[in-house]
Structure formats: C-alpha cells, structure tokens
Design a binder for this molecule. Structure first.
Ligand code: HEM
Length: 145
C-alpha cells in the first residue's frame, strides 16, 4: 500500500471514531433524558465515548496536515472544512472542560434536579447538537472536495 493510502486509512479511522462517537452521545443524551436508569449509567458511558471522540480528533489532527502535504487540497471548500473543524474542537473543549465538570458537580443524589442543573443540561444538549451537525458537515465537505 502506498504511503498516501495508509495516511488516508488512519484519517478515515479518526473520522469513524468521531462521527460514531458523536452520534452515540446524542442518542444517549436523548434517551437518558427520558430514562432515569440509563441516565445513572450515562455519565460513565459518555466519558468512555468522549475519549474515543478526542482520540478521533487527535488522529485527524495528525493525519490531516500530512495528507495536505501529500496532495494539494481544493482551496474554497477546504477552507470551510477547516473552519467547521475549528468550531468542532472549540465546542469539544467547552463540552469536556466546561459543561461536563459542571454536570458532575450539580448531579442530584436524589430528588429533583436544581434549576441550574436543568440549565447546564440544556447547554449540554445544544453543545451535543452543534457537535453532531459539525461532524456530518465536515464529512460532507470532505467528500465534496
Ligand atoms: C473533523 C475532522 C475531519 C474529518 C471528519 C475529515 C474527513 C475527511 C474525509 C471523509 C476525507 C475524504 C477521504 C476520501 O475520500 O478518501 C478527507 C480527506 C482529506 N482531509 Fe480530512 N477530515 C477532518 C480533518 C482534517 C484536517 C484537520 C485536515 C488538514 C489539516 C484534513 C485534510 C484532509 C485532506 C488533505 C484530505 C484529502 C482530500 C481528498 O482526498 O479529497 N482533514 N477528510
């Protein structure tokens, strides 16, 4: 296999981890908002998937620039792809280092969630949706290049 094909393979593995992880996280969030049992285990499962998504981003971040040095990417769409990737990474940082720790701290042991918890949950939903939209947009843009 030539070098470019190998790099592309790992680029696509990173994409699979990211897109798959973001899709599962969204499904889990929607389902666990209606299922208390699932919500209890949800935090632990999300943390595993979150690591998978970050692994995907790191793999894409390494293989992407190598691919760019191997073939000249089409100017216009590639620039838009990079902007959406940037939004995705910033949103990921906000989710992992802003929203997630807050959720863990506010998690009700028993009884009703506080209004602050509901607000953080809403932010997590919005951030999750942004992530999902960005992942699929990047894939669509990459395939249209
Ligand atoms: C969320 C992040 C990313 C996703 C989901 C993604 C996805 C993809 C996909 C699906 C392809 C098409 C592969 C093919 O058709 O064989 C591709 C190609 C490519 N990507 Fe990415 N990519 C991401 C980030 C990056 C980054 C950060 C860079 C560069 C800094 C980059 C550079 C490239 C290049 C140069 C190609 C080859 C163009 C082509 O063959 O069409 N990608 N990417």
């Amino acid at each position: 296999m030539e070098a470019e094909a190998i790099v592309k393979f790992f680029h696509l593995v990173g994409m699979a981890w990211g897109v798959g992880g973001a899709t599962i996280v969204t499904l889990l969030m929607i389902k666990s908002s209606k299922d208390a049992e699932l919500a209890k285990a949800g935090g632990k499962i999300m943390s595993i998937i979150s690591k998978l998504i970050w692994g995907g981003i790191i793999l894409l971040g390494i293989t992407g620039p190598i691919l760019s040095s191997m073939e000249e990417p089409a100017e216009g769409l590639f620039r838009i792809k990079m902007i959406v990737v940037l939004v995705l990474v910033i949103n990921g940082f906000l989710m992992s280092f802003g929203i997630k720790p807050k959720m863990a701290k506010l998690s009700p042991v028993d009884g009703k969630p506080t209004p602050e918890m509901l607000k953080v949950k809403k932010m997590a939903m919005i951030s999750g949706m942004i992530s999902l939209i960005c992942w699929y947009t990047v894939v669509a843009l990459a395939k249209a290049l």
